[in-house]
Design a protein around this ligand. Structure first.
Ligand SMILES: [Zn+2]
Length: 274
């Protein structure tokens, strides 16, 4: 029967294939065939000597084993885009390490549950349609979002700012996705605003409407950046590029849970420390 990570019970063997690593350079796979103690095998090596040729992973302290598990997680897994939003899994459990024995599998999955993160990147065509959580990320505890609050100056000339409707739109799909993630305990939101002459007005509107983000359950971080992310037609994939240089202008204050300008958050933290 398939379990929650997609590994079949048939594949779970009590003998570890990975944890018993042959240290000598001679060829051939690490064998799990054992002879009785004292009994010579065809190579003339006794079982006791053979035992010494293996490295027992579980003789290492748990912290070191955890490092090995972390390196065995898939660094980045791509999922199909939804409504142009890009979905990625970071540090996702792979199937093959789960076949390496029950204890290895148990500890490996514990690390995966702790480290795995669903990363979603907003795109120019995405306008807040609800997203479906990929099945393999169902037990994920961390969510990281990269979204744009796009506002053009002409909107301001007409007395309107796009930041307010965009913020409400993002709130809707983020809240819906959070509800789908039953084990969620950390939400990190990075917001990008393209700098222009009236960006201060946009930022003030964001501060006024910030509860759309700041009252989300499990919120751990909100950072607002000014970034020239709009690259237009130069990029064939999308006119938005969130890896452009950016400047942090506002963030969530750990003291009051509000989004504030960086200088205000830092000044309050300094005052709190004295
Ligand atoms: Zn604006």
């Amino acid at each position: 029967m398939d379990d929650k990570y997609g590994a079949s019970a048939d594949h779970q063997t009590s003998t570890s294939l990975v944890t018993r690593v042959r240290l000598t350079e001679d060829s051939g796979p690490a064998t799990t065939t054992r002879t009785k103690v004292g009994e010579d095998d065809v190579t003339g090596v006794t079982c006791e000597e053979e035992e010494e040729a293996f490295f027992d992973l579980f003789s290492l302290p748990r912290e070191l084993r955890d490092e090995i598990y972390d390196h065995s997680l898939e660094f980045k897994r791509k999922f199909a885009s939804q409504h142009s939003a890009r979905l990625r899994g970071r540090r996702v459990a792979e199937l093959s390490p789960q076949l390496a024995g029950q204890q290895f599998r148990k500890e490996y999955l514990e690390r995966a549950e702790r480290e795995s993160c669903l990363v979603i990147v907003d795109r120019d065509h995405f306008h807040g349609e609800l997203l479906t959580l990929p099945q393999t990320m169902k037990f994920t505890r961390k969510l990281e979002l990269h979204v744009a609050l796009a506002c053009d100056e002409p909107d301001h000339a007409l007395g309107r700012c796009r930041v307010i409707p965009e913020l409400r739109m993002h709130r809707k799909w983020i809240a819906n996705l959070s509800e789908q993630m039953k084990y969620l305990d950390s939400v990190k939101i990075n917001v990008y605003m393209d700098p222009h002459n009236l960006v201060n007005d946009c930022e003030q509107n964001l501060l006024n409407e910030q509860h759309r983000f700041s009252n989300l359950a499990d919120l751990t971080s909100v950072e607002i950046f000014q970034s020239g992310y709009f690259v237009g037609d130069k990029n064939p994939g999308t006119p938005w590029n969130f890896s452009k240089p950016r400047r942090l202008v506002m963030k969530l204050s750990p003291l009051n849970g509000n989004v504030q300008r960086v200088c205000d958050v830092d000044a309050a933290a300094e005052k709190d420390a004295t």
